[in-house]
Structure formats: C-alpha cells, structure tokens
Design a protein around this ligand. Structure first.
Ligand SMILES: Cc1cc2nc3c(=O)[nH]c(=O)nc-3n(C[C@H](O)[C@H](O)[C@H](O)COP(=O)(O)OP(=O)(O)OC[C@H]3O[C@@H](n4cnc5c(N)ncnc54)[C@H](O)[C@@H]3O)c2cc1C
Length: 361
C-alpha cells in the first residue's frame, strides 16, 4: 500500500476511480482471495486475516479505493464462493482471486435500497436464457467491472422471488450510466447500471431460483465487518493526524496539545477508536468460531460507523481552518467516512437487526 497505492491515491481521487491494473497486481500478490479455497487461488484464511488486509487497504488515507476492493472480495463474490457451481467458480472465482476480473454487486435500485426483498429488476426465463430488464443504482465498480452479481426477481413478490445472476459486463443490453459525482469516496466509481432486454445464459444463475435472498444474507457478516474496518481505520488515521498536528501547531505560546481541552479530546478519540476496533475483533472471533454473530456484527457496524463520524469531526476541529481545506487528510476522511452509516445496511437497519436478535420484535 505504501509503495504502490499511496503514490497514486491523489491521482485516483482526482480521476474519480482507481487504475484497474492494481487489481491484477493485488491478485498476483495473493491479496484478493484471502477467504477463498486454495483450489481457486485463495488462501482459506480466517476473517481476522481479512480484517488486517482491510485495515492496511485504508492506510493511504482514502477510503474509496479500499471500498472498491472490499466490494470485489467481500460483497460481490462471497455468494459465488458459497453457492456457485464448480464451473462458475472455475470461470469467475479464480478470476476474482487472480484479479483478472473485477466484480460488482448490483442490489440497490432507484426505488429500493434497504428494502432488498422488494427489488423490481425482472429476469424472465426464455429457453436457455434469462431476459433481464431493470435499473440498478449506486453500483460500486460499475465502470470497471467485468462481471456483475445482479439481484433479480425471477418469481413472485417478496424475498422468495429473488435470485442472483452473474452477468458479464459486456453482455448486450447492459449499459453503465455516467459516474455519479459524490461527496466522498472519489477513488471508487459509482454509477447506475441499466438492463434492457439483456439475455443472460441460464447457466449463470447463482444458486437456485428463489434462493438469492438467502445467499445474500449469508454474506452480510463479512460485508458489515469490512465496513467496520473501513470506519475505525478512517478514525484511527484521523486520530494520528490530529496528534501530529496538535503537537506542531502553536497557539497562545504553546503547542495546542498542551491545552488540556485538546489533549482530552484526543484521549476521547483514542478511546472510541479502540472500543470500535475491539467490538469488530470480538464479532470476528465469534464468526471464526462458527458462532451466530448477527447481533454482534450489527452492533460493531453501528458503533464503528457512527464513531468514525464523531472522531473525524473532532479531528477536523483540532485542525481548525486547515481541516476544512483540500489536501489535509482529515478533510478527505471526513467526506469519505460519511458513507459508512448508509452503505452495507444503514444505522437504522442495524438497530432493527439488533432489536430483532434481542427478541424484542
Ligand atoms: C457510494 C455508494 C456506493 C454504493 N455501492 C453499492 C453497491 O456496490 N451495490 C449496491 O447494490 N448498492 C450500493 N450502494 C447503495 C447502498 O447500499 C444504499 O444506499 C443503502 O442500502 C441505503 O439504501 P437507499 O439509499 O435507497 O436508502 P433508503 O433505504 O431509501 O433509506 C432512506 C432512509 O430511511 C431509513 N430507513 C429505511 N428503511 C427503514 C426502516 N425499516 N426503519 C427505519 N429506517 C429506515 C434509512 O435508514 C435511511 O435513513 C451504494 C451507495 C453509495 C452512496
């Protein structure tokens, strides 16, 4: 990250996306298949290995590029590894691990975000193909992806009518809209994907018809833990930047860290980061032990993402006017971290899950 990503990150932020060649490079280094079986080019490691990887991805100080990698490794591909046929894994999972193909996941639609069970994109079986029509919104990696794991409706209303289709990005009828001009996460591309009479081979159905919702839900822990790492690392870097700045900035005859209000603010920030990280590692330990941890993962996701907003907000405050200026790390982190309470399940949805897991609804 320090040698090959850090020097490029500003350029990627300006361009609104990473350079695709970095995926191949990461694949060659063995980074992209940490959790996948060795037979497909992975390392079959535990989730704590992924936590460390996610943390290091964030080190260059921009959260967009890490998010794009996490989408590829831990949001778009887990259902392929879980329910894909041997042929699908041979064709797609190997390419995910090697970085030869970039993967996106298309769940969200213009009219359906949190309410995944009610998505409208239709896939109608016609002989050996599915005819797909619909629109997907806010899709990460969409302008770079080679394959899109697409959530479609093959059956009736509700979650039982939902299936997953692996759709090659060059399939006629699939088009990608212009990149969305976002508040933050600039080194990650986000766009709309439109399907107009897009014919997808029936062999690209992932899992069974009508079981797509379950396959998606089974991967949520990984997705949410990656959002935790993104958030506590954003906060950690903002904390480190704040300490550096507070030591070097002099006001009223002494460095501002010498003003107790500032040093105590830093103590609070450090405590919050530590608490978030420990919650995430605790949930990861449960996950690695095979213990049900939906509640703990949701608590960690809720806490880490909201905590990052508080901590980075304080980091901007410690930087004074400079914290508001482009080129200062905390300014970018402030914008980037804002997404985390929205993506991978909003804070409100996390609370719904926690309440449900507590048996209160
Ligand atoms: C930069 C970016 C990248 C993204 N990448 C992807 C991607 O790669 N693939 C993908 O499929 N999607 C992606 N998304 C979409 C993201 O997952 C959704 O934005 C998110 O799920 C929320 O959906 P929504 O925006 O439609 O908000 P809505 O679901 O409409 O929610 C709006 C508000 O209502 C609240 N709300 C909704 N339902 C309830 C409820 N039952 N109880 C209480 N409050 C509720 C929400 O918490 C929120 O505050 C991305 C979004 C962004 C901005």
């Amino acid at each position: 990250m320090a040698k090959e990503v850090q020097p490029k990150i500003d350029e990627w932020e300006q361009n609104g996306c990473y350079d695709k060649a970095v995926f191949k490079r990461m694949g060659d280094l063995g980074f992209l298949g940490l959790s996948y079986p060795a037979g497909y080019g992975g390392q079959a490691a535990d989730i704590k290995m992924s936590l460390v990887f996610w943390e290091e991805l964030c080190r260059p100080g921009a959260l967009g590029f890490p998010m794009s990698v996490m989408v590829h490794t831990d949001m778009a591909s887990p259902s392929l590894a879980r329910v894909g046929t041997p042929e699908q894994k041979e064709r797609y999972l190997k390419a995910v691990c090697s970085g030869a193909k970039v993967m996106a996941i298309a769940i969200t639609e213009p009219n359906h975000g949190s309410d995944v069970a009610n998505i409208e994109t239709r896939a109608v079986r016609e002989g050996d193909y599915y005819r797909v029509n619909g629109r997907k919104m806010f899709i990460t990696n969409s302008t770079r992806a080679d394959v899109v794991n697409t959530v479609v409706r093959t059956g009736g209303a509700g979650y039982k009518g939902v299936s997953l289709l692996l759709i090659d990005a060059d399939t006629p009828g699939l088009s990608v809209g212009g990149k969305l001009d976002k508040m933050g996460m600039w080194s990650s591309d986000t766009a709309e994907i439109v399907f107009e009479d897009c014919l997808v081979p029936g062999t690209n159905l992932l899992g069974k018809e009508g079981e797509g919702f379950y396959a998606l839900m089974a991967g949520l822990e990984r997705e949410r833990l990656s959002a935790c790492a993104l958030s506590y690392m954003g906060a950690q870097i903002a904390l480190e930047e704040s300490i550096k700045y507070a030591k070097s900035r002099t006001q009223f005859g002494k460095s501002i860290i010498g003003h107790q209000v500032i040093s105590h603010l830093i103590a609070d920030m450090a405590t919050e980061v530590e608490a978030g990280k420990r919650l995430a590692y605790h949930a990861a330990s449960l996950y690695d032990s095979g213990i049900k941890c939906n509640k703990e993962v949701s608590m960690a996701k809720l806490f880490c993402t909201e905590m990052a907003l508080r901590v980075i907000n304080n980091a901007v405050q410690i930087h004074g006017g400079y914290g508001f200026v482009r080129g200062f790390a905390v300014e970018r982190l402030y914008r980037d971290a804002r997404l985390a309470t929205i993506g991978a399940g909003t804070s409100q949805i996390m609370k719904q899950v926690i309440v449900r897991e507590m048996g209160l609804r």
